[in-house]
Design a protein around this ligand. Sequence first.
Ligand code: PMP
Length: 398
Amino acid sequence: MPAFSKRIAGLNGGGDDGWGLFIRARQMKDAGQPVLELTIGEHDTRTAPDILDAMMTSARGGHTGYAAVPGTDALRAAVAKRLSTFSDLAYGPENILITPGGQSALFAAHSLACDPGDTALMIDPHYATYPGTIRGVSAVPKPVVAHPEDGFQPREADLMAASEGARSLLINTPNNPTGAVYSDATLDGIARVAEARDLWVISDEVYDSQVWDGRHRPFASLPGMFARTLSVGSLSKSHAMTGSRLGWVAGPAQAIAHLINLATNTTYGVPGYIQDAGLYALSLGAEAEAAVAAPFRRRRDMVLSRLEGQQAIGAIPPAGAMYVMLDIRATGLSGEAFGEALLDEELVAVMPGESFGTAAAGHIRVALTLPDDVFEVALDRLFAFAARRIGAAAEATG
Ligand code: PMP
């Protein structure tokens, strides 16, 4: 067999990129074990039936051929309108490329920003696919650590120190895995760094409908930032449409024109009936998005109320997104060891903090994605497990 390209062979950077525990949990579940999965960001509800009806009506109406590559005019306009509700930026269809999910949008944005060998910054902890996405365009991922003691908000000084010669900075607020929503001070600091270093900012805002404290502030809306920002969005999280693969890149029209070229030569667009379903979903407005988000807010509060009166687990209350990052350092275990033992002893699967880089070591990420009653059972087991471990740790040292 001929050799594989270095780019493809090196995509995962040598490790399993943290998916090992997730895969083991899936295998146990497939083998019939009653594993409670709090791993990936997949809603426990499915896409709403009326959205599926819109999809079916469109498909039956003949929208099954090649669709317009940048996205249908109507959907681009609807996404532009939605983005305009978050700020006073006046987006038009020419500022939007419809993509197969936010993931594809992240790849497209990095393709635009980076040449082979360029440094692409990202914040650690980070969403699991970020390094691979960056390597996928032959750029070099460079993590900048955000510390738990700062609520996982990146420091301006760290960004400034790391960014000399870099081409892009990938940020994500509301954040997966930490649940942090970047403060005005953090965003202002990032803007100063972007300006000073002439960076593209790739702003992953796929959780913009899930903000529990404060409000979502799009990075492109900061003074002077629109011209250097590629915003990534998706209907996956806001409308429980993960499987529909419907997202976008929003940015300056000249940037989008280049990305349309890329899409023509790679994805050739998104199926028309999926786009029509997305158009219908967006027509339901903010209320429908709030309804999809509500269970996560509720379960986030269920976790936080458990933290009182125990010592084994700590947390920074997440201000957004469908996860809680729990600090389990008091148990003396790494996130990975905690996750493995929790799966074996309690049949509860979580993601080790180490899956998301170095900064979340000693943490686990809990996805808020089981129905409330089952979620309570998973929390019972998780907290009981941690209490046992802290007891064992105390005995060992005492
Ligand atoms: N960014 C972040 C931070 C995510 O958590 C995810 C999915 N979990 C994505 C992007 C990609 O989402 P999708 O491709 O489904 O839009």
